[in-house]
Design a protein around this ligand. Sequence first.
Ligand code: UD1
Length: 437
Amino acid sequence: MDKLVVHGGSPLEGPLTVGGSKNTALPLMAAALLADGSTRITNVPNLRDVRTFSNVIRVAGPAVTFDADANTLTIDASTVNHPVAPYELVKKMRASFYMLGALIGRCGEAKVSLPGGCAWGPRPVDLHIEGMKAFGADIELEEGYVLASAPGGRLDGGTFRLDPSSVGATINLLLGAVTAQGPSRIENAAQEPDVVAFGEALKEMGAQIDGLGTNTIEIQGVDALTPASFRNTPDRIELGTFMLMAATAGAPGQPVEVRRGTHEHLGDDFKERFAETGVDVDYADEVVTVTRPETLQPVSIETAPYPGFPTDLQAQWTVLLGLADGTATVTDTIYDDRFKHVPELQRLGMEISVEGNTATVHGGAPIKGAQVMSTDLRASVSLVMAGMVAEGTTHVLRVYHLDRGYEHLEHKLQDAGINIHREEYEEFDEPAAEPVS
Ligand code: UD1
């Protein structure tokens, strides 16, 4: 297994460059299944999740080729003859469940494994299933699989209200509805930039969709979609992560550039809270420049759907609060139990307590290197961040979690002044079943 070894104390000088979005690439890949032909997607990050989803798609019949050096992925979906997403693959990554909408949309039927649990708690898929039913699918659950079919080969379309709003369910329902026989309406739809970029791509393929980026999306089904070429959007969570790294590991007064991100996709809440910490931040077209102040202010955050504070940045924010001058809280209103990084950060010396869905961080406790365990994707990057500012050496174990969502992170950080490298190690305990997230 691999670990990352971080020798703390060298300042992050930058620049850091943001890659393509994982959470947009995956639905774009699913969209390709709706067109009889070849779809090309550029700016696709070379990540474990992208390779996993490529394998999920191959099972259904299409040919997927990934030129990882050129970050270009081609999906030839001329043949989709096995509408199945097996447990062995779906358990590795929840987003494989997008195959439900993609396969119903293309073939009128699907057999997709239920994803099962996740490191952050139950994470149900009830809304995906109920929504498909509302759009006319017959659904049965059998031996851990969802068996879905559209009577007559195409969904009818319908109206469904998401409660709570869900990124994944919005994407799945869009995939199913764009080729339905009639109109559909998704209420309380997700407004995340990932959903908007995906919806725009569907429109380029010929889908008729109104209301992207608002909480009501209306779809008029069309007979079929046509293949297209897309450029994937920059990863907004990687951008936010790099900005937080600059705010914590940059030398005070020394600007750090984060390049090629789309700062508008961060949402206003993150930007406002970030400014309140006292950092100096300049947003230009494709460059965000962050200058760390002498003293970081403790600023509490509460996660919420877009444009609220992203849950995928709360673990990284917790590290910033560990360096701040005072006490502040991190409340996750989307996932109650997304605090697996906290005991690991405590091992590094941070003073944090968790009650319910709120972590309280007392900033200023000395952070010292230790061995720590990654438990999920964003937790693992928060441990690297803490290692960058720790005294001594931090070993971040089970880095395969991080590899799901950050492309060449250690190379990017090395080039930006951080003393970090990857090592293989032997783990004597059997790792628990891989959590899917
Ligand atoms: C996506 C992101 C993930 C991010 C999350 C929230 C991808 C691949 N993953 O996950 O990184 O943390 O959005 O921004 O894009 N819910 C239900 N029933 C359902 C579906 C969801 O109750 O059927 C609940 C969830 O438990 C959660 C909330 O809805 O409390 C939002 O989850 P959702 O937006 O669906 O997250 P994902 O799409 O799985």
